[in-house]
Design a protein around this ligand. Sequence first.
Ligand code: M6R
Length: 362
Amino acid sequence: DKAGHKHFMSKEIAEQPTVIGNALAYYLDGGNIDIPSDALDFEQVDRLTMVACGTAFYACLTAKYWFEQLARLPVEVDVASEFRYREPPISKGTVALFVSQSGETADTLAALRYCAEKADRIVSVVNVPESSIARESDLALPILAGAEIGVASTKAFTCQLTVLFLLALKAAKARGTLTDDQIAKHLADLQTMPGLIQQAMDLAGPIRSAARQLAEARDILFLGRGLMYPLAHEGALKLKEISYIHAEAYASGELKHGPIALIDKHVPVVVMAPRDALFEKTVSNMHEVMARNGKVLLVTDRQGADEAGDGAWKVLRMPPVSPTLAPILYAVPAQLLAYHTAIAKGTDVDQPRNLAKSVTVE
Ligand code: M6R
């Protein structure tokens, strides 16, 4: 049932305020994060290894920034298909964390089984609570996104981020790296997310008009720095999955180490840049793109638009958001860009060619 939407993907994008709200209601008990400490005690942990595929992998890459910055916990992230065959050493103080919407992805499950006898704890962040990955974990944390039918993952991604952020705060509390006040502030910010996502949905109009032109492109680049770097990857993945346009993500700072050679007037460049501490650095990379006639679509907030919007091909003005939580909010324009570009091209949004919703063979 598409609830009046043309596609499951647009329904699932629109559901994000509700499902994130559900996840918050499930995990927050007053100011407390309700994740059992006896099942996962971050005081005892000295390393976190996160493993996943596709979109879930980009959720892990985002969470790495959170665990490192907020909880000062060393984190390793890898795609499951590489991790499982590399025979990585796993020390006893390691928590191995697996993120999977379906809970049935073959490579992720194999990586979990590799860690089973070695890691201190096997934790998973899953959407399907009765899945193999959930069942084989010491602790399975549901993301409560509800059934996700569209092959391109949308609401599962933002719910994964929500749960991973709560987990990072939980770690910060146990390790004493944030004060109670700081944690309370992050939680208050997180609780504004459903409302902010609802506001970001209003950008569908300008995104649709940009998408009509993006649909003509052969290649599209996504740039981001810091927390926007994993999201740039997610934006590029979404776009290539459903519009079949070649899209690549780069860390903004890597531009001059090679990819800038690709830039000319035919290459649109999506720059994800809220007005955060790294904004000016990203803007300077954006100017390098403009100087080579690259067509910049800048996704930023009002302040960012005022400071740096001149010369951009298009500017999407997002609601202001705490920089730490920006990846959850900025996922929405990334999803909508892919969706409307695919619509403009006339591709099959919910069932893109060559892809399966759940990859149960390697
Ligand atoms: O079910 P999982 O989260 O384990 O699936 C992982 C990937 O196959 C999945 O995220 C895939 O990349 C999506 N099609 C992305 O939109």
